[in-house]
Ligand binder design. Structure first.
Ligand SMILES: NC(=O)c1ccc[n+]([C@@H]2O[C@H](COP(=O)([O-])OP(=O)(O)OC[C@H]3O[C@@H](n4cnc5c(N)ncnc54)[C@H](OP(=O)(O)O)[C@@H]3O)[C@@H](O)[C@H]2O)c1
Length: 320
């Protein structure tokens, strides 16, 4: 086989620039694994990149295959006794545009970015996990060091990253307040939030007491959420911001307010995904897939994602 089916962006633009193409079969080298993709998660970075933001500056040529998340089956391992043998079900996150993305029938992924998929999840559910759960882990566990009694405010608790962040923070003992619209309030309580603020009905800064940490998944994209968050932090408290391009004056505003603020950037990690798989298989961490789309309908998935109100994740189905 010399070609495969993929969906690629043909240029920068709206969802319509995502086109089905016949792409060359990727060729494995070094310690990379060739994976047959069963399902591919969709993330805001995909839509941002497609529209000329995100990592679009680093794209060298079009068409470019987007997609960071996959669940699939190993087709070729780096060597005979490699732990990820052909036929093994794996999940992981790759690095677009340095590597081709996962909106495709096959992907070549460095072994360190992959690990066996959680055994209790379907391929669709497993493909929803990597980038969002790694981001939640990085922000909540690695940077904010979630611990017993820590008071944590998590914005956009119902989104892809947020629903993992709420669960991980609660798992490690933090007292979680999340923001979401009314329809997600009950669900976020189920996931472990002790308080949920409907951001459409009240200003969070009027509704809560001081917190130690803000996990900011909104920034100043909407209603100065980032700037307003600085007011609810205790002196010396920490804000961790993920939409890094949204708030250029974050550092100055934080130091004027006597608090700390940092951006955050997720990186692929098979070893962290192995820990996350254990939490999923023990029932301590759940993934929510809002909707699936066939690979060829990736443009519709982008349209829905860009509406900004997906609960949990969207996933593209690639193979049976
Ligand atoms: N730097 C990094 O490494 C990194 C990694 C991952 C993600 N990110 C960025 O982080 C952000 C979140 O990513 P994501 O995948 O979680 O996004 P997402 O799944 O698209 O987030 C959707 C959620 O946002 C909620 N929401 C929308 N407006 C809100 C508001 N004003 N206040 C509170 N909640 C609101 C919605 O809840 P309702 O329907 O209830 O409104 C919805 O459930 C994106 O900007 C993404 O690009 C950065």
């Amino acid at each position: 086989m010399t070609t495969m089916r993929a969906v690629a962006m043909t240029e920068i633009g709206g969802p319509e620039v995502l086109q089905s193409i016949d792409a060359p079969m990727p060729v494995r080298a070094n310690a990379e694994v060739l994976v047959k993709v069963l399902a591919a998660g969709v993330n805001p970075i995909d839509a941002k990149t497609r529209s000329g933001r995100g990592v679009s500056r680093a794209i060298r040529q079009y068409p470019t295959i987007l997609g960071y998340d996959l669940c699939g089956e190993v087709v070729e391992s780096p060597y005979q006794a490699h732990p990820l043998q052909p036929g093994r079900r794996v999940y992981g996150m790759t690095m677009v545009p340095r590597l081709d993305g996962t909106y495709a029938e096959y992907a070549v992924v460095p072994e360190a970015f992959l690990t066996p998929a959680p055994t209790t999840l379907s391929p669709v559910e497993a493909a929803a996990v990597p980038l969002a759960a790694l981001t939640a882990w990085g922000m909540v566990v690695d940077v904010a060091r979630a611990h017993d009694g820590q008071r944590m405010l998590i914005h956009a608790g119902a989104g892809g990253v947020g629903h993992f962040a709420v669960q991980l923070a609660a798992y490690f003992g933090a007292r979680v307040t999340a923001t979401a619209s009314q329809r997600n309030v009950g669900w976020l309580h189920e996931l472990g939030a002790s308080r949920v603020i409907d951001y459409t009905a009240e200003r969070f800064e009027d509704a809560i007491d001081e917190v130690d940490v803000v996990i900011d998944l909104i920034g100043n994209v909407h209603d100065d959420t980032g700037s307003r968050s600085l007011r609810v932090l205790r002196p010396g408290g920490l804000l961790v911001n993920a939409p890094t391009g949204s708030w250029s004056t974050m550092d100055e505003e934080a130091s004027a307010a006597g608090v700390r603020a940092t951006g955050y950037r997720v990186a692929p990690s098979g070893s962290t995904l192995a820990v996350i798989a254990r939490l999923i298989d023990s029932g301590d961490l759940r993934v929510h897939v809002d909707r699936t789309f066939p690979l060829a309908e990736a443009a519709d998935a982008h349209r829905l994602l860009e509406g900004g109100h997906v609960r949990g994740k969207l996933v593209l189905t690639v193979a049976e």
